[in-house]
Ligand binder design. Sequence first.
Ligand SMILES: [Zn+2]
Length: 304
Amino acid sequence: MISFASEVKNELARGEGDGECCRRAELAALLKTGATMTLGGRSGPGLSFSTENAAVARRVLRLLKDEGAITTEITVSRALRLKKNTRYEVRIPPQPAVGRMIEELELLPGSAPTPGRGFLKRSCCEVAYIRGAFLSAGSVNRPGAGYHLEFVSTSYQYAEFLLNLAEKLSLPARLTDRKEFYIVYVKEADAIADFLNMVGAEQAAEKLEISRNVKEVRNQVNRLVNCETANLQKTADAAARQLNAIRQLTGEGKAALPEKLQETLEARLANPDASLTDLAEILGITRSGVNHRLRKIVEMAENM
Ligand SMILES: [Zn+2]
């Protein structure tokens, strides 16, 4: 079964392209998080973008095309071992244009893009950038498996940059580390749904919302059942208290009770497990009438 994260990525990667400014921002994020520099001797460096998602690889190719005359190659490495996924590699062989891209898209290793400038000047581009980062370095849990969305980076500086970008986009993100990786993550279901809607994964966002509602209803039912159980327990406790009191009323004490109370007392003794509603039916009076009489009996028994 395809993971929810892949589902989200497929939806995003197949989504309509944005304006030119945003396409650049998204490409910058995809390459920053998913590409490595390759050495190219005299013709300068090359780039190699790697992903397990075919739709993401196609999107990178499409975005590279917008950058002008850049030669690209795509290779697919099939899984040779179990549990290893197919990898798609988009290679940009060494060529003069790569140097310019590395500079303009701020791809140099050990650096993070400058907020508020270049491809991060507009807020539409900030959204496109974080979409690109998610496509290459992001993951999200299946609805119902605990709410968690994350971006993984090997650089603390870059993780911090993503954290700030997320905060700027009103996502309550946090930063932690796991082995040699830095993780920027979001735990709130609302925020994850907002993120998915914001970057254009509306179907995925809806799936999450539906599963949330189901979960909420289930929680409500559980609360009601618990409440009902608590009430039953209360009823049982009250009945036990009454029976104790009533059993102490013997002979004279009992005879001293008004007829109506005696009648109620007999009904209670004969039906120790009955609820007030049941007793009301047996005695042909209201529930609150039964309650009142029983309280009276307990009171008298305790006073004797
Ligand atoms: Zn834009």
